[in-house]
Design a binder for this molecule. Structure first.
Ligand code: FE2
Length: 362
């Protein structure tokens, strides 16, 4: 219960009956006053028009808080619930960061036909991508380009120089080691693009070759454990600039990032790990030593069964994964067998948006 509003020099100090106080800056109060928002949520006033020395002429605390502003006599009204909500720290979604033991026999899978006709099933599938970093959709038709039907459930293709769709199978002159039968260690795709594609889809049209299992690692979990256990490793992987590059006859892509990315709140928000496209480092000798030590330990963790799950995808399975969180790889396979996947990129952004709308309407 809000009990008191005390005007100070630059802010209004509010006190609740549990003794808690929160100071709201005057410019902030005028800038965010609810009457300044259109019903569509967009702001109706220009922040730059608010005088930096704006002050209240009068403050009244009743059923709601009312402020009459000294500069123009405008009256702003704030409900008690609104003030309560804005006095709390912004909640942020914490993903369910997993170890292999959490998912080993429980890979999140969802039936394609159910996702197509049932909003609840689709919601569950998209939630797995948001919260765990990936999901498997089963029962997708094994036709070429059927992957687009999966994307149509929530968003749009992100087209690249690999095309709207790319084939993953053995090629005689591969431009990329993905198009061979070799084992691929855990990696994220295309760190040489800016921005890096946030969502990847892989659709299995055939997988009868011996081997060829898929691997997945929650890179956020590994990074969070590194932050706690090996803070110096975390620090260098979070700060050292690393250039990734891809070149072909028709493309030359380059981007500088850190192996572990964090957001302005310090939360881990991206992993870029792709040994094939990493370029020469340009660090001091001391930092080069630190970087390689950390990179070795991080790379080893990504292959550690403590973190890594392995499972075989079958024809008709499509896997969706957050390419800036989950590292994917595969075990080598016999090129005499038949293994054909189609992949494409999309955006987590549109997936999260579709999910937010489904959750709003649930
Ligand atoms: Fe890949």
């Amino acid at each position: 219960m809000l009990t008191q509003a005390t005007p100070r020099e630059t802010a209004l100090s509010l006190t609740w009956d549990d003794g808690r106080t929160h100071d709201f800056h005057y410019v902030w109060l005028r800038d965010n006053a609810p009457e300044n928002r259109h019903e569509n949520g967009q702001k109706l006033i220009d922040t730059l028009d608010i005088p930096l020395d704006i002050k209240p002429a009068q403050v009244t605390l009743g059923d709601a808080l009312q402020i009459t502003w000294a500069n123009d006599g405008h009256v702003s009204t704030y409900s008690r619930a609104w003030l309560q909500q804005h006095s709390q720290p912004t909640p942020h979604v914490t993903q369910r960061r997993w170890l292999a033991a959490h998912l080993k026999d429980n890979v999140p899978s969802f039936d394609f036909a159910a996702c197509e006709k049932d909003a609840g099933a689709l919601r569950g599938m998209l939630q797995a991508v948001r919260d765990l970093g990936f999901s498997v959709v089963t029962g997708v038709p094994t036709d070429e380009a059927a992957l687009f039907k999966v994307i149509d459930l929530f968003g749009y293709v992100r087209e690249t120089n690999y095309g709207r769709l790319f084939d993953v199978r053995v090629e005689s002159n591969p431009t990329n080691l993905a198009f061979t039968s070799r084992t691929l260690g855990g990696h994220t795709d295309n760190p040489y693009r800016r921005p890096t594609p946030t969502l990847q889809l892989l659709h299995v049209l055939a997988n009868s070759a011996a081997g060829g299992e898929s691997t997945m690692v929650d890179g956020f979990r590994v990074a969070a454990d590194f932050r706690a256990q090996y803070p110096d490793d975390f620090e260098i992987l979070n700060t050292a600039p690393v250039r990734f590059r891809f070149q072909s006859d028709h493309a030359d892509l380059s981007n500088v990032v850190t192996i572990i990315g964090t957001d302005p709140l310090g939360e881990i928000n991206a992993i870029h790990f792709n040994n094939r496209s990493m370029q020469a480092l340009n660090l001091s000798v001391i930092d080069t030593e630190r970087f390689y030590r950390a990179y070795h330990r991080f790379g080893a963790a990504l292959e550690d069964p403590h973190y890594r799950i392995m499972f075989k995808l079958n024809a008709g399975d499509a896997m969706l994964f957050d390419n800036t969180r989950v590292l994917h790889g595969r075990i080598g396979y016999r090129s005499t067998g038949n293994r054909h996947l189609q992949g494409c990129y999309a955006d987590m952004d549109s997936l999260r948006s579709k999910l937010a709308v489904l959750e709003r309407n649930a």
